[in-house]
Design a protein around this ligand. Structure first.
Ligand SMILES: [Ca+2]
Length: 433
């Protein structure tokens, strides 16, 4: 009798949900219960938050994004080795952007872009990439002057046993017509200097410019994804087999459908060498999806819609900053987790949340979508995600602290916890559709 009552209750609930027209998205609000959530910056100045997890410690970095003043463009590093967060200022002399962090055990490496605005012949941010080692030693990475817009100056640093690998997108002149290429540089730990930054690919892909590369290391290879903006932005992937003279690059391949607008890719490699890629399918600002594919042995799986079903459970974003859903991905063992920002049509406010969805079987099946930021009335943007050896998920993002200017006044929020959650009513409802 009890089972019958529950079934009847479900039926009534489904009928009600269908009548209200919200059955497609109501499940998106499952609350993630992190073990800890903390505001790391607490000053409304954090932008372009980066995260890395080391052995028994963790680090978060950002640049100071304020309207004006001496601290504008400072780079801040927050570290926690188990006794709480402490912050230090890494640079104060020039405008810094796009920090990227990578641990090797307990040694923390950091790369960022540092420069200034140039107005001739066109307005662009120009400067160099820099590296900072654990002990505080700083060295310049690039000899060439690179230019771009600060919004996409996001270098990606990866650390292998034998050295550091860096990927970024940049132009070599300040004009808007200059080609914007995908660059790669390498520093073996046996050397104090970086290799010359080389163009990974240009003519092979064809028209367009490189935006937002991401990189991952695995089994002697570096794997890179990026957004190639031509008529329709497309997600591309390339792998390089690392040798003494640098990587030998394979031919680049497109991962997103040619008639679909693919943006903001993120990549991770698991312990079995399987490559996991997530990106945004951009229909318009009010309809976007997080898509996922796994690559292994030269073959890619079918595209999966991680953020919700096509045409039904779509994501929206604000029209000011950054106007696109922003995925991040991490792996550990057989677990894969993807985080993104956006809001669903049933959100009580038109403000972004950070969502998290994890797979326990290497990306074949996926658990429920979890709301990790749980701040429906505040903008939560630009998630970064990492996973430790115990399968614990670590997240950081920018959280808006109020006001009318959506470009400044953000704090860096950090949260961690296991992605396990009991499956309850809203998920069951999906099966009745
Ligand atoms: Ca929020």
């Amino acid at each position: 009798m009890k089972g019958f009552s529950i079934a009847k209750f479900f039926l009534i609930s489904v009928t009600l949900m269908l009548a209200l027209g919200v059955v497609g998205t109501v499940w998106a609000a499952i609350q993630w219960g992190p073990h800890e959530e903390v505001n790391v910056s607490q000053n409304g100045e954090a932008s372009q938050v980066a995260l890395s997890i080391g052995a028994g410690q963790k680090a978060i970095a950002w640049y100071v994004n304020v309207e004006s003043g001496d601290r504008q463009g400072d780079l801040i590093l927050a570290q926690n080795a188990g006794s709480g967060w402490s912050t230090q200022t890494i640079t104060t002399t020039l405008q810094s952007r796009g920090p990227s962090l990578a641990y090797s055990g307990t040694a923390l490496f950091m790369v960022w872009f540092q420069g200034q605005q140039y107005e001739e012949p066109a307005s662009a941010f120009g400067g160099h990439f820099w590296e900072r080692y654990n002990t505080g030693q700083v060295r310049r990475v690039t000899e060439t002057m690179f230019y771009g817009s600060e919004e996409w100056f996001r270098p990606k640093l990866k650390v292998a046993q034998d050295g550091l690998h860096l990927v970024f997108a940049a132009a070599v002149t300040s004009t808007g017509e200059s080609p914007r290429h995908l660059y790669y540089a390498y520093r073996p730990f046996s050397s104090n200097s970086w290799s010359v930054a080389v163009v990974v690919t240009s003519s092979q892909v064809g028209a367009g410019k490189v935006f937002f590369p991401d990189a991952a290391l695995g089994q002697g290879q570096i794997h890179i994804v990026w957004e190639q903006r031509a008529l329709t932005p497309t997600i591309y992937y390339i792998s390089g087999t690392i040798g003494d003279a640098g990587p030998t690059w394979a031919a680049p391949v497109a991962l997103s459908a040619p008639d679909q607008n693919g943006q903001q890719p993120a990549i991770a490699v698991d312990g079995s060498g399987r490559i996991h890629v997530a990106w945004t399918r951009y229909v318009d600002h009010a309809e976007q999806y997080v898509l996922y594919r796994r690559l292994e042995g030269g073959n890619g799986t079918e595209v999966q819609y991680l953020s919700g079903e096509e045409g039904d459970q779509y994501l929206k974003v604000n029209q000011i900053r950054p106007t696109v859903v922003w995925p991040a991905i991490a792996t550990g063992g057989n677990q894969v987790c993807v985080a993104w920002h956006g809001f669903y049509p049933d959100s009580p406010y038109e403000k972004e949340e950070i969502f998290l969805r994890c797979s326990k079987d290497g990306g074949t099946t996926w658990g429920p979508i979890l709301n990790a930021s749980r701040s429906p009335d505040s903008l939560s943007l630009f998630p970064v995600v990492a996973m430790d050896a115990g399968g614990v998920v670590h997240l950081a993002w920018e959280e808006f602290q109020g006001g009318t200017d959506y470009f400044t006044n953000y704090d860096a929020i950090y949260a961690y916890g296991l992605p396990n959650i009991r499956v309850f009513l809203p998920l069951v409802l999906r099966n009745y559709r």
